[in-house]
Design a protein around this ligand. Sequence first.
Ligand SMILES: [Fe+2]
Ligand SMILES: [Fe+2]
Length: 352
Amino acid sequence: MKKKKVALLGGSFDPIHWGHLNMAKAALEHLKVDEVWFIPSNQTPLKDRVLSPAADRLAMVRLALKEDPRFKISTVDLSRNGKSYTFDTLKILKKQFPEVEFAWLMGADQANQFDQWKNADQLLEMADFAVVDRDGKEPESSRFNFKRIPMVYTPVSSSEIRKGEKINFLPESVRQYLLDHELYLVAWVSRHVSAKRLAHSASVARLCRMFAKAHGLDEHKAWLAGLFHDVAKDMPINEQKKWVAAINPAGLSEHHAIWHGYAGSEIVRRNFGIEDPVIQNAIFNHVKGTSYDPYAMIVFAADKLDPLRGYDSKPLISACMLDLYNGFMLVKRENREFLDREKRVLAEKESF
Ligand SMILES: [Fe+2]
Ligand SMILES: [Fe+2]
């Protein structure tokens, strides 16, 4: 009987993306394997950062596997403690599946370090090692003569995605998982705003969550709207103008300080895939407080009452905790009075 052929792809998958999936597709096509098994790794001491929880990484791999029925998952590394050496992983799998012929997939960078792998020479007898040309980089010549297979050029790394770059290289279901489970999102926002504004955004998000909890609303939704509410604020005014012209041309006649709300409501949809109209509406209206949807009231109030603004906002926070509508109206009145005062001061200055 013909042996089943399986290619193995190990990685931290923090998160899994199209680079990994295209590597697996290349193995199906060029190595003629029947299946590809993804093996999420354990926390390894060599990594210079703490990985996202194993449960999240595993869940994301599971979602991505829906891209092809021949993609499977193996928890062989996750189910044992300590560093996962390929040698041990292969030994366990070969014992568990004696009827399977294994191939091991690597990128050029891993192939270049193969000498340092535990029991490198023995490994070559345990499986076929194949180098996938995932970034167009040539592996350096070495004493190992690995089989090389081409793959669709997919220039992305997990670390880029963690920073909020190249999000379009995520399978749709994985991107949604990241949003739902609040993974990497603070880093995503940090790419677009100053450190000070990021601190404000995170603080507003916390307050939004607190208000939502107090009123039996969706805490995660409120947090998300709060975190992203100022995502367009540090964008050059000319850029903001383009977004406003595209989605709310009437807004162009308003003061440009208001534009970032309009622009942000569309940026979260286009750039981050936040399709929830309630979140978009809350961001759209957060500057002037022009929506009475509870999430919009929450974001408006939390933005103005952010404890980092440096005034005593506790009484109004308490008012919002007690009665959202009433609190919101009080914040709106305070805000209007504040703006009127500012205008008067400005007018007085100009009259001199
Ligand atoms: Fe704002
Ligand atoms: Fe703000």
